[in-house]
Design a protein around this ligand. Structure first.
Ligand code: ATP
Ligand code: MG
Length: 605
């Protein structure tokens, strides 16, 4: 391809809103342009790399037996009402109406569309397992699109959905997907960290995220220094840093009231009582939305209203309040709390709700004598004897409080936020922190969609059953941007061979005479052995061409100039390496083919 015949508008200046390297470089190299906030167009150079990532993903999906389909991007709102996500998905969901007033959704993800397609065709267990995927446009009305295509509003995702008769079959496909994802990222030249992730109400090991380390990462990861444990902080567990006493009340005096005037924070309280936050039971009041956990046996006099099961889902409590008790130096992990309650969302209750439910202003809640709402405790609380906690009255705390003697929570769960320095739950090693960006996610969904959407098949015995499902996503735009994040220098991109827009750039110092003839001839013979060439035929100064070559990051650069050509030589340089070397022009096709195919083979192995 001749530079003059394609469209690569390189830029010297950096767009003001581009704060990360991939955003800057994709712009400057003429790969993308911005149409509006979060909306990007890929120009020819950008699209070539994008297509290569797409092809790698497609090959690896096909290799594990996933079947590509092309559903629509716009889907009927009815399907989203059936799954319950019409209401639950929130403002990121772009809705529209057609001319007849029918509701439409621009897919942010496609569980509903795939589940509906399979529902209409499924009759027998013999059709399962089935894994379908698409590589297609998604739209999410992200509040803050940023970092270029890393977090856009419109983007392309490979999303796959699998359907199974049983957990074993689901696990097989889930494991195969995990392996395929590792291969995809390796082939793209991306270093990923697979981490355990929140799997909502499903629990267990049913969710893995593939992260790339990044200073601007939205995710906090905790990794063990001694073993391969790695988890998203939303999910991360840690070894207890305490021991649960055998007899909680041995020798602890009876509970006593302590006046704590004008003491608000835990720090102030610790200073006032000369105690440690670890001897304090912090109690937070949470409002949970759409709780699926059965609360019939839960304590509390304020009973939430139960919405009975509907065609679109199980029985839920639209709103319920809970007191969450945790050791004073720890933080509640709201993702864990929501998972424990099988709730769509948990948020701290308003000050007015706290006062109404505990009878005291914020800051004086405690589990002792709290009868209005159910008390849920983090496991750390079960180890506390002789602790301090709020006494449900202004300026008053209780001392000498012991778990099991003075209060018994309804539930005890792991609710703490693990942090750097905590102990690995697997081996006891020290956990440390990294920031990461999510590249892909594999997830065991169970019957979350199949049940409310009424998917059925007949099993071997002729019984009607609901299939179990998995879903598996990778963002293509984010993959391209992340490759650049990992492979660049001050001058520009340094593409891994597999996803480079072109494999070789031919750079004639001056495109005329013998140099032009040689450049054209070499281009033709390299193209004939299947190498992808960009020939910089522009009448630009050599400096401009060299800078653009570095910026675009095409792996091999071949410079053709009068002086070397007189010796029948050309200069070859690998982008990212300092040294160039002279090669016999006649041997160039052979040498470059070996280099290019060698690098491809290495990455694709
Ligand atoms: P994030 O936490 O980054 O918002 P997510 O958990 O919402 O991601 P999923 O719903 O799991 O993402 O989507 C699968 C993949 O789609 C992600 O791993 C990511 O690669 C990609 N993706 C999600 N949102 C965007 C976006 N706004 N722009 C580009 N890619 C995205
Ligand atoms: Mg995710």
């Amino acid at each position: 391809m001749k530079f003059s015949q394609t469209f690569i508008p390189t830029l010297r200046e950096v767009p003001a809103d581009a704060v990360i390297a991939s955003h800057r470089l994709m712009f400057r190299a003429g790969m993308i342009r911005k149409l509006a906030n979060g909306l990007f167009a890929y120009l020819p150079l950008g699209l070539r790399s994008f297509r290569k990532v797409e092809q790698i993903i497609r090959q690896e999906m096909n290799a594990i037996g996933a079947l590509e389909i092309k559903p629509t991007v716009v889907v009927p709102g009815e399907l989203w009402k059936e799954s319950g996500r019409w209401d639950a998905y929130g403002d990121a969901l772009l809705r529209a109406k057609n001319r007849l007033g029918g509701d439409l959704v621009v897919s942010p993800t496609a569980e509903e569309a795939f589940t509906s397609l399979v529902r209409d065709e499924l009759s027998s267990y013999r059709q399962l397992p089935l894994t379908l995927y698409q590589i297609n446009t998604k739209y999410r009305d992200e509040i803050r699109p940023r970092y270029g295509v890393m977090r856009g509003r419109e983007f392309v995702m490979k999303d796959a959905y699998s359907f199974h008769t049983d957990d074993e079959s689901l696990d097989t496909v889930y494991q195969n997907m995990g392996r395929a994802y590792r291969r995809i990222f390796k082939r793209c030249g991306l270093t990923v960290i697979p981490v355990q992730a929140d799997s909502g109400a499903m629990g267990g090991s049913g969710s893995e995220e593939f992260m790339v380390e990044s200073e601007i990462g939205d995710n906090t990861l905790l990794l063990c220094r001694d073993c391969d444990y790695a988890a998203n902080v939303e999910k991360a567990a840690c070894k207890p840093d305490y021991e649960v006493p055998l007899s909680p009340d041995s020798g602890v005096p009876a509970v006593e009231k302590i006046a704590t005037p004008a003491v608000k924070t835990i720090e102030e309280l610790c200073a006032f009582l000369k105690t440690d936050a670890k001897k304090f039971i912090k109690t937070l009041i949470y409002r949970a939305v759409n709780v699926e956990l059965d609360l019939s046996g839960a304590g509390g006099t304020v009973k939430p209203e139960l919405r009975p099961p509907s065609a679109s889902g199980p029985a839920v409590y639209p709103e319920a309040f809970f007191a969450v008790a945790i050791r004073g130096d720890l933080e509640v992990n709201e993702v864990k709390l929501a998972a424990a309650l099988k709730a769509a969302e948990v948020v701290l209750a308003s000050d007015a709700d706290v006062e109404g439910l505990t009878g005291a202003p914020v800051g004086f809640a405690g589990p002792v004598g709290l009868t209005t709402i159910p008390v849920i405790a983090d496991e750390s609380v079960a180890a506390l004897t002789d602790a301090v906690t709020g006494a449900l009255a202004r300026d008053l705390h209780y001392g000498h409080v012991s778990y099991g003697r003075d209060f018994t929570p309804w539930l005890v769960r792991d609710l703490r936020t693990a942090r750097a320095g905590d102990r690995c739950p697997r081996c006891g090693g020290e956990l440390y922190e990294k920031k990461g960006n999510e590249m892909g996610h594999i997830f065991k969904l169970g019957r979350k969609y199949a049940a409310p959407m009424g998917v059925h098949y007949l099993d071997e015995a002729g019984e009607t059953r609901v299939p179990t499902m998995g879903c598996y996503g990778i963002g293509l735009d984010r993959a391209v941007a992340s490759v650049i994040e990992e492979h660049h220098d001050d001058e520009g991109i340094i593409w891994p061979m597999t996803v480079a827009p072109y494999q070789v750039i031919i750079l004639p110092i001056k495109y005329d005479g013998a140099v032009k003839a040689a450049a054209d001839g070499l281009t033709a013979s390299l193209e004939s052995v299947g190498i992808e060439i960009l020939l910089d035929d522009r009448a630009e100064r050599p400096g401009v061409k060299f800078n653009d070559a570095d910026l675009m990051g095409i792996p091999y650069r071949v410079v053709i100039g009068d002086k070397n050509l007189a010796q029948a030589k050309v200069e070859v340089k690998r982008r990212g390496q300092a040294e160039s070397r002279l090669v016999d022009a006649a041997r160039l096709p052979e040498e470059l083919a070996a280099l290019v195919y060698g690098e491809l083979g290495e990455l694709n192995r």
